[in-house]
Design a binder for this molecule. Structure first.
Ligand code: SF4
Length: 443
């Protein structure tokens, strides 16, 4: 959606590549620019095109350079400003400017609060702003894409240094936001109409661990649950090492904390997990999953899985398949390992042939597809409370909604607009990725 509040100001367009953190940064950037008098338009009309990048996955990087190339004619014909921010900008810095000489501004992950002033300066001279001098999120405006759903950053950066990941280098060390700041932001969002709050961080489970020597995430869930009983609370991402019983109990005992945990395991072989520097072994993970399923009734468990990490043998891969079977994941995102320059794993070589990686990916995806379909099938016949997201993009006559477990449900649309509302839906059938249902009543 494009907002056009100020018809006189300079115009910008935002293009986002990558993860939810980037999407949320984009909301902040748009909020700052709108407040500074800019207006948001489609890229074809914009005076400044801002690309927000991700370097966790190689595909996002390739798409960025492809998109940058496509902006070159607009630069030559209309003299647009081209700005690149986010993780890849932080990592590549001046190299990015050399590779794409039509880029006017490169700004790092801690610099986006200065975006308005940086764009002004970049109109006069090319700028590369990469200082990682701390990110203050308080008081920054945001332009939200959806009224009923909001994202609230609780930690930024990461201390984990998983050997394949660039995040600690490009987003900096983990910093937790003060509790008062989070409460204030959630309160404001709820007052503005948010019905679902998503707590966001690279590792939400270590909230305030660095600052207080002890994770306060379970306390945060309970507090937000008490203070804002009318909203659903979700969180992402969890790190298995820091995901403990206190957090599980907080989910189980806090009525409005949704029963969905995204707990990336990455691999099932201890040898690979150690080489990844993940900080847990397969048995630790399995024990936590067992405990979670026992404590949190009906929890939906999703994960990330990587194949082809350096040195991964067929035996290692089989352990991943075994772990996936035992955990019965409700859904999984599967990836192929790609070395990211500058990470510890990139020095290990990339010795699993591409065709082996692809074959493992396919076997793994086949298994996770089956588990997802089974998970959805198990819900047929139940009544689920869902949050309605809006009309289905594929079928105008259908509502698209999500259960507390974050599973997708479609149901026939009546005349009343239910966007952002809670509804009770009887699940009547399921498919590979979603369920179908009948509306019982709006809550
Ligand atoms: S926990 Fe690991 S994979 Fe996740 S952001 Fe931190 S270093 Fe990267």
């Amino acid at each position: 959606m494009v907002y056009n509040e100020n018809m006189d100001g300079k115009s910008f367009a935002l293009l986002t590549f990558g993860c939810q953190m980037n999407v949320h940064d984009a909301e902040r950037i748009a909020g700052i620019l709108l407040e500074a008098g800019w207006r948001e338009v489609q890229p074809e009309e914009a005076e400044a095109v801002i690309l927000l990048t991700c370097c966790v996955r190689e595909s996002a990087e390739e798409r960025l350079y492809g998109r940058l190339a496509s902006l070159r004619p607009w630069k030559e014909e209309r003299g647009i400003l081209v700005a690149v921010g986010g993780c890849l900008a932080q990592k590549e810095g001046r190299r990015l400017m050399e590779r794409a000489p039509h880029v006017d501004l490169v700004f790092g992950t801690h610099q986006f609060p200065r975006i308005a002033e940086l764009l002004e300066e970049a109109a006069a001279r090319r700028i590369c702003a990469l200082e990682m001098d701390g990110l203050r999120l308080a008081d920054l405006p945001a332009r939200r894409r959806e009224n009923f759903r909001a994202w609230v950053t609780i930690t930024h950066g990461c201390d984990n240094f998983c050997s394949y990941c660039v995040v600690p280098y490009v987003r900096g060390r983990e910093v937790s936001r003060p509790l008062g700041e989070i409460l204030e932001e959630v309160g404001r969002l709820v007052a503005e109409g948010a019905r679902e709050i998503n707590l966001l961080g690279q590792n939400v489970n270590s909230y305030r661990l660095r600052e207080e020597g002890r994770s306060r995430f379970a306390d945060l869930l309970r507090l937000l649950g008490r203070e804002f009983p009318e909203v659903w609370i979700r969180f992402t991402t969890s790190h298995p090492r820091d995901f403990d019983r206190r957090i599980m109990e907080a989910i189980a005992e806090t009525e409005n904390v949704c029963e969905h945990v995204h707990l990336p395991v990455q691999a099932g072989s201890d040898r690979v997990l150690q080489a990844m520097n993940r900080g847990y072994l397969a048995e630790d993970y399995l024990r936590k999953v067992e405990e979670l399923r026992r404590l949190v009734d009906g929890v939906v468990l999703t994960t990330d899985l990587m194949v082809g990490f350096p040195g991964e043998t067929e035996e290692d891969f089989r352990r991943t398949l075994e772990l996936v079977e035992r955990c019965r994941f409700d859904a999984a995102f599967t990836f192929i390992y790609n070395p990211r320059p500058g990470t510890a794993a990139s020095r290990l070589g990339d010795d699993v042939p591409r065709e082996v990686k692809l074959e493992r990916l396919e076997r793994l995806a086949e298994l996770t597809r089956r588990l997802t379909a089974e998970s959805l099938r198990r819900r047929v016949g139940r009544v689920e409370t869902v949050m309605v997201e809006g009309r289905s993009r594929k079928d105008e006559k259908t509502w698209k909604a999500r259960t507390r477990g974050n599973q997708l449900v479609h149901f026939p649309k009546g005349s009343e607009d239910l966007t952002g509302m809670l509804a009770m839906v009887a699940i009547t059938s399921s498919g590979s990725w979603s369920m179908h249902g009948e509306l019982i009543r709006v809550c």
